[in-house]
Design a protein around this ligand. Structure first.
Ligand SMILES: [Zn+2]
Length: 271
């Protein structure tokens, strides 16, 4: 029998290769047109505020019911970001009818679900041939969980360096093993002791300081702010200052710090 990771990749590619990538509604409808998720068609496009680009509304009992799939009507980011968002929500949507185990600690469950959805979206993005660098969403979860996933005993993530490589492993949880149960994996991660500030400073501080402007430009591309075009250089400088502010103050919950750290981890590899 083929490896479950390979089966998951094949299944995704089978769904994805004939899709129309020009119109995200058509792309979403095409991807959701499977026995598990076709109840969601048509897709909603509506106002989700400026910082939410997609949303699957779900009810959780012992199983997950995905009630709706929505994309933002105010997403001004480049098309490749919008495709990544479609893949991210697609990963969530495939939770429909799967067993949910996050009752004891929803926040912990959610941290792993978002980590899985975002890294898997990066994997799907690469599998269809997109290569533009992304500012990952949910960087605050990724910086905490990716190094811990690598450090698990006999970890399947041990050799993963870049975000899409973690995502290739997470694909199987929705495309071949079909599970929405994260608590065992999450509880193992929580037990791994890791001082994230120490980790960031030892492994990535010099890189971020040497590449602040370039990292700030990547973050600028991901900003969903219509004002960002008025004075691009000043806006990028503002982001760069914000990055340094985060690092100087060792504020891992500060976007300037965790986004730049996450981009650096993705570029030079998760240690
Ligand atoms: Zn999500």
């Amino acid at each position: 029998m083929a490896d479950k990771n390979i089966m998951a990749r094949r299944k995704f590619l089978h769904m994805a290769l004939k899709a129309n990538y020009k119109v995200r509604v058509h792309l979403s409808e095409h991807l959701l047109n499977t026995p598990r998720t076709n109840h969601l068609i048509p897709i909603n496009i509506s106002d989700l505020g400026l910082s939410t680009f997609g949303e699957c509304f779900a009810t959780m009992t012992h199983i997950v019911t995905i009630e709706s799939y929505t994309l933002s009507n105010a997403d001004i980011r480049p098309p490749y970001y919008q495709i990544k968002t479609v893949f991210h929500e697609f990963y969530h949507a495939r939770m429909h009818n799967l067993v949910y185990d996050g009752h004891s600690n929803y926040n912990r469950w959610l941290a792993m679900e978002e980590t899985a959805a975002e890294t898997a979206a990066h994997a799907m993005y690469r599998l269809i041939g997109l290569k533009q660098e992304l500012n990952p969403a949910y960087g605050h979860y990724l910086v905490q969980l990716l190094p811990r996933l690598k450090r698990l005993e006999k970890s399947e993530f041990k050799n993963c360096l870049h975000i899409h490589q973690f995502g290739l492993k997470f694909l199987k949880y929705r495309f071949s093993e079909n599970t929405a149960s994260w608590m065992s994996l999450m509880e193992s991660c929580v037990k791994i002791k890791l001082d994230i500030i120490d980790y960031a400073f030892v492994n990535y501080r010099d890189y971020v300081y040497a590449n602040t402007q370039e990292i700030a430009s990547i973050i600028w591309e991901s900003e969903n702010d219509p004002d960002k075009f008025a004075d691009k250089n000043a806006y990028i400088q503002y982001i760069a200052d914000d990055i340094i502010y985060g690092w100087e103050n060792k504020e891992i919950t500060y976007p300037g710090m965790y986004n730049s750290l996450c981009i650096a981890m993705n570029r030079i590899g998760v240690k």
